[in-house]
Unconditional design. Structure first.
Length: 431
């Protein structure tokens, strides 16, 4: 059963801090295992990736092409039901429209010294998109990662997604084609991340790797960072709901369980000023759990990592929410817009009773790749910016150079860098 914390008590801060610090989804010896896989792929390329794929996914690949005759993206996509294709099309359109609005402008100006300054945005050349397999298929993950990359102008988008025994969800295949994926390899795990980072067989290295995965994938992304860029180190899913007495307990229970069902490490938390609301939601959760096909893992997540928090006021609830910095935050209250300015740390915020987090997972258009494990304190969800780079641009003519040179020369001398100083002084005909 989920635990209850009372923010009105003096012991709350220490007790709740300990709760937040509890490990979720930790796997022992992941780092060393992943390190050996990455080294193997670096040394043996496609042969290593094919070997791991045969071992873990029971799929035989050509080590040179990393392809299998049993996995054809177009054939698989053709098997996707028409109504599901329509849903994918609808989501893709909204995701594209939302991310197009994020496009930044190049800028140039001339300052008081006569120096021209500015910046330009350019797209990455290539991106690898990791799409999880295993418990479920995630066409939405394909769209959330690949569509913004293409909108940004990335020329080469490479998707990797495991296809155990040659099986890949038709919806994932259709989403990949809809999103404009340029290459697909039926591989997963740390070996897929290593292949994207260092190359393997026909798979050439990419510049950045995005997309969620299990603990091994997350650790592999951590270890290859620096060789390539990454979006984030994704942890278990999270939802935080702030609810008042206008909230429907059954709706809130369903929203909490929408994250609990991801896996046993997920976390769902309710903050309310009304103990009766907490009690009603708790009863609704127990009732709804019994009807879920995902009950086993949802119940473990709820009983182990779920929580109720009682506060005096909604302002106090916002303070607690900022401390949690959850991946998803629902404001299921009468006037969510009034509380929104007090929210500083959350991956994505959902306002009002008719905006469940699940809408954001699929069709609002906002990206569902979000910071977890309190990383919303310092990072943002995936967006168009993640597929762009900003280059600063500057130009100084004779007048601008004369205005800047004395300070630059003095700073170079102070830092003990004579060549820096000379590159300035030589233009002033000074020795």
């Amino acid at each position: 059963m989920a635990r209850t914390f009372d923010a009105r008590k003096a012991s709350f801060e220490s007790e709740f801090s300990a709760f937040l610090a509890e490990p979720r989804g930790a796997v022992e010896d992941v780092a060393e295992t992943v390190r050996s896989v990455i080294e193997d792929v670096q040394n043996n390329g496609g042969e290593a990736v094919a070997r791991y794929t045969a071992k873990f996914d029971e799929l035989v690949l050509d080590p040179t092409t990393l392809q299998s005759d049993n996995v054809d993206l177009h054939r698989l996509a053709h098997a996707c039901p028409e109504d599901l294709k329509a849903a994918v099309d609808f989501a893709a359109g909204r995701i594209a429209a939302y991310h197009e609005k994020q496009r930044p402008d190049d800028h140039q100006f001339t300052d008081d010294a006569g120096v021209q300054l500015g910046w330009r945005w350019t797209a990455l050349d290539s991106v690898g998109v990791y799409v999880p397999g295993g418990l479920a298929s995630y066409p939405s993950s394909v769209l959330m990662n690949a569509v913004p990359a293409k909108i940004a102008g990335v020329e080469r988008v490479v998707m990797v997604a495991p296809a155990p025994k040659g099986q890949l969800a038709p919806a994932v295949a259709y989403a990949a084609l809809k999103a404009g994926v340029d290459e697909y390899y039926p591989i997963g795990g740390a070996q897929a991340v290593a292949g994207l980072a260092f190359g393997a067989g026909r798979l050439k290295p990419v510049d950045k790797i995005v997309g969620p995965g299990n603990a091994y994938v997350a650790e592999a992304k951590r270890q290859v960072f620096g060789k390539v860029g990454i979006d984030t180190i994704a942890g278990p899913s999270e939802i935080l709901v702030i609810a008042d007495d206008t909230a429907n307990p059954a709706w809130i229970a369903a929203d909490l369980l929408s994250q609990s069902e991801h896996d046993a490490s997920s976390q769902s938390i309710l903050i309310t000023t009304n103990e009766a609301v907490a009690k009603s939601v708790e009863e609704a959760v127990e009732s709804q759990l019994k009807s879920l096909s995902t009950e086993a893992r949802a119940r473990i997540a709820w009983d182990t990592h779920g929580a109720f928090i009682i506060t005096n006021t909604l302002d106090e609830a916002a303070d607690v929410a900022n401390e949690i910095a959850a991946e998803h935050l629902e404001l299921a209250i009468a006037n969510p817009e009034a509380l929104l300015p007090k929210i500083k740390h959350a991956g994505a915020v959902f306002l009002g009773h008719h905006t469940p987090e699940a809408l954001g997972d699929y069709v609002t258009g906002s990206n569902h790749v979000l910071p977890t494990s309190r990383a919303a304190r310092f990072s943002s969800g995936l967006g168009l910016y993640d597929f762009l780079k900003r280059m600063s641009v500057q130009k100084a003519g004779p007048k601008g150079f004369a205005a800047l040179a004395p300070a630059a020369l003095r700073l170079a001398e102070a830092e003990g860098l004579p060549a820096h100083a000379r590159s300035v002084s030589i233009r002033t005909n000074e020795s």
